[in-house]
Ligand binder design. Structure first.
Ligand code: PPE
Length: 311
């Protein structure tokens, strides 16, 4: 359940949680015209810090640009807003959800006379695929739903509308007793989970589908590629046939919410030994060591929240 916090950022102002409401005839409600982000603030050893704040803000602006949604805030300003919001809500760790939407003013597909509203909310959010998932791994299936075909809904934009497809994938997996579904792209190659990117390991080599396979350019994906390379592993972005998942030694998901979650079976076929694999564990540990402040922030990924507090 969602636990309310004190404030939500709206177009540069801090408003009360309960006042962050929109009209039912807002453009976004009928037409799905929103883009959004998911960002995590970690309670590091040195105080709360936001993980890759600027990159998330930039992706929000990029997502909007694809849809001709003009955002009056730069990525730098939005990134600062994330920090300010976490600070005023006095949270140690949380999930931050920036949303840009076409609001209330006119009805019709062509969004003339419709204002653009920017909101940022945050709240405490636990483990995405269950508390056990990070250690035990999850059982997943290949979805009967494909990911967005190119030239339909642009996958590089994190748009609200894309998540109707994600919901189909996730709900189907859920009713069939799986933690998550993996969608193939419209050519039948592995794309991504409903809310995660995917990595596949065989013989010590790590592969992940390229952006051309209808995946979201995940910020955790990018971070894991950098971490894996720094640990000496080869990482290739290449097309992954479905059956590679069955033959893999290890498979894992990445995402802001899912973090680094091992996949222990696909379509009831065990992945490798059917539990978290050693390379996944190493990468996972390196990731959590950075975000929890137990290792130096060698890539410059953390923005401290408290440091900017006026004393
Ligand atoms: N693919 C999809 C479709 C996706 O939604 C996410 C994030 C990713 C990949 C990973 O991207 P990144 O977070 O930048 O590493 N999904 C967000 C929404 C989850 C939700 O249920 O809401 C998230 O993880 O925050």
């Amino acid at each position: 359940m969602l636990t309310p916090t004190s404030k939500i950022w709206h177009n540069g102002q801090l408003i009360n949680w309960d006042d962050a409401k929109i009209h039912v005839l807002s453009h976004v409600v009928s037409y799905g015209s929103s883009v959004f982000e998911g960002v995590r603030c970690y309670n590091t050893k040195n105080g709360p810090a936001i993980f890759r704040s600027f990159e998330h803000a930039r992706r929000l602006v990029d997502s909007a640009k694809i849809y001709r949604i003009g955002v009056n805030w730069t990525a730098e300003q939005l990134s600062e807003a994330f920090v300010e919001l976490v600070r005023v809500n006095k949270l140690q760790s949380c999930y931050i959800r920036p949303i840009v939407l076409r609001g209330y003013g006119n009805v019709g597909v062509l969004p003339t006379g419709v204002p653009i509203e920017v909101y940022v909310a945050c709240w405490e959010w636990g483990k995405y695929l269950g508390a056990e998932a990070l250690e035990q791994g999850v059982d997943v299936c290949i979805s009967s739903w494909n990911r967005l075909a190119p030239n339909t809904l642009p996958a590089m934009s994190k748009a609200g509308a894309n998540y109707m497809n994600s919901q189909l994938i996730r709900m189907e997996a859920d009713v069939n007793g799986y933690a998550e579904g993996i969608a193939l792209d419209s050519n039948g190659y592995v794309s991504e989970g409903s809310g995660e990117n995917i990595f596949v390991i065989r013989d010590g080599k790590i592969v992940t589908p390229p952006l051309g396979a209808s995946v979201l350019p995940g910020i955790t994906r990018d971070s894991i590629i950098q971490i894996a390379k720094s640990l000496g592993y080869g990482v290739t972005e290449t097309l992954v046939p479905r059956e590679m998942l069955y033959l893999a030694d290890e498979v894992f998901f990445t995402g802001t919410a899912a973090e680094v979650t091992p996949v222990r079976s696909v379509d009831r076929i065990p992945v490798g030994a059917g539990k978290r694999g050693p390379i996944t564990e190493k990468i996972q540990k390196a990731f959590f060591d950075i975000v929890e402040g137990n290792a130096p922030d060698q890539f410059g990924w953390l923005t401290p929240v408290a440091e900017t507090v006026a004393k």
